[in-house]
Design a protein around this ligand. Structure first.
Ligand code: PLP
Length: 458
């Protein structure tokens, strides 16, 4: 057991209130409980879960709004400062989170969209039918183009939407020859960067030499690439950008209407809040400066720039709350304890299991606890993989014996986890609450046994 070092350093100890770690809206209230600020309003997370129970996800659409607005403003500011002549388009990668309370705030702040499937594009169609869109919005279509997907692309184009399919293979190239609107094409750049996903073989897109061999492509406006998610250094953006611009220039010889470079997703989030991580501002500055310098070196007309950042805007807009149900010794020799949560990492935060995602975890109450315990977290399924051990390290939490009840918050859970969620051991999915304008709305009730049984035909 370890004593918290500083008497008044609890906020710092839990990494709350820090802009660099996206925790600037979080604070500790007078009752030692977790507080989230939205402008001058504040939510007490403990009060919320006392009322609505756990496990629960809390979505903050205002965070999504602020991040999208900042991103667009920052790109436009550096474009102006550097004298870059191309335009900037932000496309929110819907696959990061398709929940209405994520997508609509992004669109409201000026985001265009990037969809990954026919079903995501179907949601765009729904929004158009509900008159929710400015007709100037642009939609980029990634992912394998099934016939259903292409028909929907054609249908929406017919309705006046700017919808740009990204060609990923020869079949799509052939099929989209008849497409009347602009198209993009994806390159698998011969470059590897330090990132979560840096597999040797990338099955998406064409090689650089294939693209040069193909030569002229009808209505080609956009060259696209996507390297990875959670790219770890700014260099991981700069190097591919330089390489893509050189290719862009060569492709432009046969495709004079090629005028846009789409650099995909991959902007990272400081999930762990331990080490220094690049800020969005410095990343954007270096992207714009690299594009400017490189184009001028090549004598290339500055292309329009697109980014499709998903996690970057969505992850910090949600937290997930669990109750600690019990504690157990890890082993006789190990002083760590298991804390068992009333939800599941394998189900609700599946990337913990799939890609060993790291999370920041703090208590929701007892934030000024005197005694702390080194903890591994265990999910409620009967699967030994259902755990979060912070990569073999530990999570510090208040001593279980000292607390009448104890809840924890997992931060930055807004990207990918909901769409990946599952029902191992038929556990219920968490409730989903929306916290906006000082009010709490239930977006999804916690599943009851009937709901879960139904999914399996009962
Ligand atoms: C997944 C994906 C994105 C979003 O990636 P993030 O790492 O969440 O920013 C963008 N573009 C494409 C093509 C993708 O597959």
């Amino acid at each position: 057991m370890k004593k918290t070092s500083k008497k008044n350093g609890f906020k710092k100890f839990w990494r709350l209130g820090l802009e660099d770690f996206n925790t600037q809206n979080f604070d500790i209230g007078v009752d030692d409980e977790l507080i989230v600020r939205e402008g001058n309003y504040q939510y007490n997370v403990y009060d919320i879960i006392k009322k609505y129970g756990t496990p629960t996800e809390i979505v903050f659409p205002t965070v999504m709004e602020n991040r999208v607005r900042d991103l667009i403003d920052t790109f436009n500011a550096y474009i102006k400062i550097s004298g870059y002549k191309g335009r900037f388009y932000y496309h929110y990668a819907m696959k990061a989170n398709q929940t209405k309370e994520f997508v609509l705030p992004a669109v409201a702040e000026g985001a265009n969209l990037d969809v990954a499937s026919a079903n995501e594009l179907f949601l765009v169609k729904r929004m158009i039918e509900q008159d929710k869109f400015n007709a100037k919005i642009r939609v980029i279509c990634n992912g394998p183009k099934t016939e259903k997907y292409i028909s929907l692309i054609e249908e929406l184009r017919g309705k006046g939407l700017i919808v740009v399919p990204i060609i990923e293979d020869y079949l799509e190239l052939e099929r989209l020859k008849k497409f009347k609107g602009e198209v993009g094409i994806r390159v698998d750049l011969e470059i590897k960067v330090k990132a979560h996903w840096d597999k040797r073989y990338n099955r998406f897109g064409f090689s650089e030499s294939e693209l040069l061999k193909i030569g002229k492509i009808r209505n080609l406006s956009t060259l696209h690439y996507h390297i990875s998610k959670q790219i770890e250094t700014i260099d991981g953006f700069v190097k591919p950008l330089e390489r893509a611009l050189a290719l862009f220039q060569q492709m432009k010889e046969k495709n004079p209407n090629l005028d846009t470079l789409d650099i995909g997703g991959g902007a990272g989030v400081p999930f762990e809040k331990k080490k220094h991580f690049y800020t969005g501002k410095s990343l954007i500055r270096q992207i714009v400066n690299t594009a400017k310098t490189e184009c001028d070196k090549l004598g290339l007309k500055h292309p329009n720039l697109i980014v499709e950042w998903g996690s970057y805007v969505a992850a910090p807009a949600q937290i997930t709350i669990y109750k600690i149900l019990a504690q157990k010794d890890v082993s006789e020799k190990n002083k760590k304890k298991w804390y068992v949560i009333d939800g599941s990492f394998m189900n609700d935060l599946l990337d913990t299991w799939a890609i060993h995602q790291k999370w920041h975890v703090t208590p929701v109450n007892h934030l000024r606890a005197k005694r702390l315990q080194q903890v591994w977290l265990a999910g409620s399924s009967c699967d030994s993989d259902d755990r979060y051990t912070s990569g073999g390290g530990y999570i510090s939490l208040p001593c279980f014996e000292d607390c009448d009840d104890l809840y924890i918050a997992v931060y930055d859970t807004g990207a990918y986890q909901d769409a990946l969620a599952s029902h191992h051991c038929l556990l219920s999915s968490p409730a989903k609450l929306i916290a906006q304008n000082g009010e709490i709305k239930i977006a999804r009730k916690r599943e009851n046994p009937e709901d879960v049984g139904k999914i399996f035909g009962w």
